[in-house]
Structure formats: C-alpha cells, structure tokens
Ligand binder design. Sequence first.
Ligand code: FES
Ligand code: FES
Length: 159
Amino acid sequence: MEQVDLNINGVVREVSVEKNWTLLKALRDGLRFTGTKCGCETGDCGACMVIIDGKAVRSCLVKAVNVSGKVIETIEGLAAGENLHPIQQAFIDGGAVQCGFCTPGMIMSAKALLDVNQSPTEAEIREAIDMNICRCTGYEKIVESIFMAAERMNGGKNE
Ligand code: FES
Ligand code: FES
C-alpha cells in the first residue's frame, strides 16, 4: 500500500491505496465514499462518474495515484447541508430516479455540463449523459430534469 493525497470536494484526504487501484476503488474501499457507484468497472456504464478538473470522468478508468493534486468532485460534495444541489432536487421533482443506481453518475455528468453551460440544448444534454446507462427510466425524465435544473440555476433566463 502507499499513501496518496486526494483533493475531494475541497478537502485533501490521505488514503492508502495499492498502485493499481482505480479512483473508484480508492473512493469506495479506501474512503467509504459509496455515493459513487460501481457498475461495470470497464468504462461502459457511467455509474462511477466523478468530476476531475471540471470534466466528467469515469472513475473506474483512472488510477488513484495519477489524480493526486487534481480537483475531484463526487456526489457527496453536492448538497450544502440539508439543501440539495439544484440538479439533485430537479431529479427528485422531475421523477428522474427509479432504482437510483445510475443517478449519482448521471448527476455528475449533468453537473459538469451545467457548471459551464446553463442554457443547454437537448442535444447537449444528451451528449453530456452519453456515457451514462440507465436501465429504468428511458432517459426522457432525466433529460427533462436536467433542463429543469438549468432553468433553476440560471434564474429562468432560458425562457
Ligand atoms: S463502473 Fe465505471 S463505467 Fe461502469
Ligand atoms: S434509475 Fe435505475 S438505472 Fe437509472
């Protein structure tokens, strides 16, 4: 095992990892940040999506030792105390959550988009969640909820 410093949700945390551990494994097994889900571990499902230096990244595809010093965001960092992030709230209000397994990854992909573009087109939203598989919802409510979040985040200027 070796120690690596990971900057997660604004806090630098030291975690013991094996050299070959993915960031996903370091988050879940090393730090018990289990909001990031483990689906396929082969880069195919998007359940493990986090944001690294502003970009949505599948955490099963990067080694933990290679992201020391980068700014990592996980689903645990979104809510402010009791207040959910607007994307989280929109997913609830818009009925975008069924089993919920894909939801953290979907929300992180949506956040990476809305952090830089709060007036997205439907095509931009669908592209942003292109790497995220949902077996339950048919995607429509997810896309609608991301629209709803964008509206709320920019104060209705999308009208
Ligand atoms: S667990 Fe990473 S893409 Fe499926
Ligand atoms: S809500 Fe079940 S996989 Fe998306």
